[in-house]
Design a protein around this ligand. Structure first.
Ligand SMILES: Cc1cc2nc3c(=O)[nH]c(=O)nc-3n(C[C@H](O)[C@H](O)[C@H](O)COP(=O)(O)O)c2cc1C
Length: 218
């Protein structure tokens, strides 16, 4: 059994159309619905199959699913009070500025698991360290934001596969989110928050720009 199949216990649908085309940002959830930490862990593991530059996986999740956690969150949740109040959980996605510390481990484990031969691993380790050393702050920030956005999107789709709805949110106090929950503010950089739960009110339909506006063919 593949690694990903071995962690799937809770999935509700594998219907691609239901997952992708019926996803809408949902603001009002059934507050009685709880998501177990076991299922949430499974969803985070599935989302973490997202790709990332040099497989660095810089994303980190703060899962706010307790009454006390929600109480701390509400003053930071700006105009997104309903999502924060009614959802089963709000997941604050951060990236870890110290993520380079995990590079040796990520590559070492790939060798141990037989995913990569030692000589390729040695070469990748050296190249990756050089690549990182050559990035300025903006380059690093952009790369980490891209990776963390990919995992966020994947989490929203995974949630649909588990029968839940989500809302990505930029409207929250990014200055205070880390320290409010005891995380090092300098190290954990905010990306977005995602509310998750069972919808009681459908999301609104939303317009998309035509393909000819957003596409250039060459
Ligand atoms: C990065 C990001 C930030 C967003 N911030 C908010 C937010 O703070 N509050 C909110 O209600 N919706 C927020 N949205 C949801 C968008 O308004 C929504 O995705 C868009 O209108 C398209 O609708 P759909 O998600 O239903 O397809 C955000 C979406 C993204 C991707």
């Amino acid at each position: 059994m593949s690694e990903i199949n071995s962690i799937r216990h809770f999935q509700e649908t594998n219907d691609f159309n239901k997952i992708v085309f019926e996803r809408r940002s949902v603001k009002v959830y059934d507050p009685e619905v709880k998501i177990s930490r076991e299922e949430m862990t499974e969803m985070l593991a599935e989302a973490s199959r997202a790709p990332s530059a040099i497989n660095m996986q810089p994303w980190r999740f703060l899962v706010i699913d307790s009454v006390e956690g929600k109480e701390k969150l509400l003053p930071l949740a700006s105009f997104n009070q309903t999502q924060a109040q009614t959802s089963s959980a709000v997941i604050a996605v951060f990236y870890d500025k110290h993520n380079i510390d995990y590079l040796d481990d990520i590559i070492g484990r790939s060798v141990e698991l037989g995913y990569m031969p030692q000589d390729i691993a040695d070469m990748q380790l050296q190249q990756s360290k050089e690549y990182y050393a050559g990035l300025d702050d903006l380059g690093l920030h952009t790369m980490n934001l891209i990776d963390s956005s990919l995992v966020s999107m994947q989490l929203m789709l995974v949630a649909r596969a588990h029968g839940y709805d989500t809302n990505p949110m930029a409207g929250y106090d990014k200055e205070r989110i880390a320290e409010t929950f005891g995380l090092d503010k300098e190290r954990y950089q905010p990306v977005m928050m995602i509310s998750i739960g069972k919808a009681v009110k459908e999301g609104y339909p939303s317009y998309r720009l035509p393909i000819e506006t957003i596409t250039t063919w060459a």
